[in-house]
Write a protein that binds this ligand. Structure first.
Ligand SMILES: Cc1cc2nc3c(=O)[nH]c(=O)nc-3n(C[C@H](O)[C@H](O)[C@H](O)COP(=O)(O)OP(=O)(O)OC[C@H]3O[C@@H](n4cnc5c(N)ncnc54)[C@H](O)[C@@H]3O)c2cc1C
Length: 511
């Protein structure tokens, strides 16, 4: 999305644009694929606006049908749907039912969530000014933007104080480890409190492109072509020569550039960059320092995903939850099962079962948003849990990979069958899964990370301050810019779009 956004805005500014993509289709983590007549998402399950996506589409004159995507939250036998900010009360009582002795702590947690939701209102409450044409929108500038800017600056300060990991934040409120787990295990390890607790507000702002999320990158690509831009798929950049200002692909083809926007994994950029070719000593030293700062930093958690083809009508699922459900089967929470032991095959199998059983699942049901996305009378389900790349890699190296995938798939099916979807097990007509290794292979993101750098890194090697996000697209390499989920933290779809636009603006200014 970062590369596509950059390319589209550069083409719109009249520049000659070439987009190189290693995969056979564009979109990266925003992609859909077909299996036996079922359409599934390979990455993000639905897209949030966050004051960024819709204004970007508008500014590029891209029309696309977006279906509202309602998010449900489930615990055990109870499911609630987030339809407005008032639905937080439903989530609060759902937790209070499962943890009747902790009503006071839960109230304190929800009062924090409401406060942070207010901050999110300010942050994403207006269309991001980056996508406005200030010359045309003078009235907007004076009446909306300037008053907002004042509130924004006040809010940013408050948010800066809530960067503590969400688990530590909740631990200070409650000593019930299960309660803390059931809330915090939705998020990556050490996710900052404001980002995790503010997400409930962001869930209200999710959409689904009709036809599948792939429609979004496809429409952007069409627009780039209309504007005269070009794309080459199945073209992997294998070398960047900053002195000659050219890149080479896997077949040795070379492409000259005036400006390069790197919109993929950042460690890869510094690996394929020919630093020695740079004549200026200081520039060389700056690049080497940057490469060193990233070398030992890790990508964030990835996911294990189970794909199910089910011989049940969509109505069966519509009666239970909405199209996008965050479901925790057991109120025990992960507790010690957070750690997966890999010393012996038996121990690994045992701890994996526990991990899959007590975790939280993100369950998406494409056919509930668009009836054309599965054969008549059938339903496709996408069920995922966060999963650590290092564990999947170790299992692969030990030769247990296929068994591990099957164990994960079957454990999740058993849990769904005994909890939220009774009888589903006998109606499954197809199943397969993907792991962090799949995501690494597909998109080339270090550790199969789905949103850039891990919050557990001692230092994040890129910009983390929202007011300074414009700096995030600069690199120490002359005429090379960067965009996407690796250039700012915390990241996700909106940051990829924002940094894509910022990189395009910086290039346009320079040219
Ligand atoms: C399962 C899942 C769920 C998610 N859920 C959410 C969510 O709910 N909310 C949210 O905000 N975000 C979510 N995300 C994250 C979000 O989708 C990504 O952060 C965002 O789409 C990343 O976009 P990007 O352009 O920065 O990078 P990518 O999508 O990784 O794109 C990089 C592109 O570069 C290509 N590439 C890589 N190396 C090379 C090379 N050497 N040469 C040529 N091409 C190359 C890749 O093939 C890819 O197409 C999720 C991601 C996943 C996988």
């Amino acid at each position: 999305m970062a590369g596509l956004t950059s390319a589209a805005f550069l083409a719109k500014s009249g520049h000659s644009v070439l987009l190189l993509e290693k995969h056979e289709k564009v979109g990266g983590c925003v992609n859909s694929f077909q299996r036996d007549g079922y359409v599934f998402e390979g990455g993000i399950r639905a897209v949030e606006n966050s004051g960024v996506l819709l204004p970007m589409l508008r500014q590029l004159d891209i029309e696309m049908e977006l279906v509202k995507n309602d998010v449900s939250i489930g615990l055990g036998n109870e499911v609630i749907t987030l339809r407005s900010i008032d639905s937080l009360a439903d989530y609060q009582s759902l937790l209070a039912k499962s943890f009747p002795g902790d009503a006071g702590d839960i109230a304190t947690i929800f009062s924090a969530i409401r406060k942070i939701s207010g901050y999110m209102d300010v942050l994403y409450g207006i269309d991001n000014p980056l996508f406005l044409d200030m010359k045309k929108d003078r009235k907007y500038l004076v009446k909306v933007l300037l008053p907002w800017l004042f509130k924004y600056l006040m809010t940013i300060r408050k948010i800066e104080r809530l960067k503590e990991p969400v688990r530590d934040y909740l631990d200070r409120i409650s000593d019930n480890e299960s309660l803390v787990d059931v809330i915090a295990q939705h998020f990556f390890r050490d996710t900052p409190a404001f980002f995790a607790l503010g997400y409930l507000k962001i869930y209200l702002d999710y959409y689904y492109p009709r036809g599948g999320v792939q429609t979004l990158p496809d429409r952007l690509m069409n627009r780039i072509s209309d504007l005269g831009g070009e794309a080459r798929v199945k073209t992997e950049v294998k070398a960047v020569d900053p002195q000659l200002r050219q890149v080479s692909d896997q077949e040795g083809n070379t492409y000259a550039y005036k400006k390069l926007v790197w919109a993929a994994d950042l460690k890869t950029l510094y690996r394929v960059l020919d630093v020695d070719s740079i004549e200026d000593r200081q520039t060389r030293a700056n690049i080497i320092a940057k490469r060193k700062a990233m070398a030992d930093k890790k990508g964030g958690e990835s996911v294990f995903t189970l794909y199910l083809c089910v011989d049940l009508d969509r109505e069966y699922f519509a009666d239970i939850a909405t199209e996008h459900l965050f479901y925790t089967p057991y109120s025990r929470g992960l507790l010690a099962a957070h750690r997966i032991e890999t010393t012996s095959k038996e121990e690994t199998a045992g701890s994996l079962k526990e991990y899959f059983r007590y975790n939280t699942y993100e369950i998406a049901c494409p056919v509930l948003r668009d009836p054309d996305l599965a054969p008549a009378g059938k339903t496709g389900l996408i069920v995922s849990t966060l999963f650590d790349y290092a564990v999947a890699r170790e299992i692969f190296d030990k030769g247990w990979y296929e068994k591990f995938k099957l164990l994960g798939e079957n454990t999740i099916v058993d849990v769904l069958n005994e909890t939220i979807y009774p009888g589903i097990k006998d109606r499954i007509v197809g199943q397969f899964s993907s792991t962090p290794l799949t995501l690494l292979r597909e998109h080339g993101n270090s550790e199969g990370a789905i949103t850039g750098w891990a919050f557990t890194n001692k230092e994040i090697p890129v910009e983390t301050r929202l007011p300074r996000i414009a700096n995030s697209v600069r690199t120490p390499v002359p005429d090379v810019f960067q965009a996407g989920q690796w250039v700012f933290s915390p990241a996700g779809l909106p940051v990829s779009i924002l940094t894509g636009k910022l990189a395009a603006d910086a290039v346009t200014r320079d040219l």
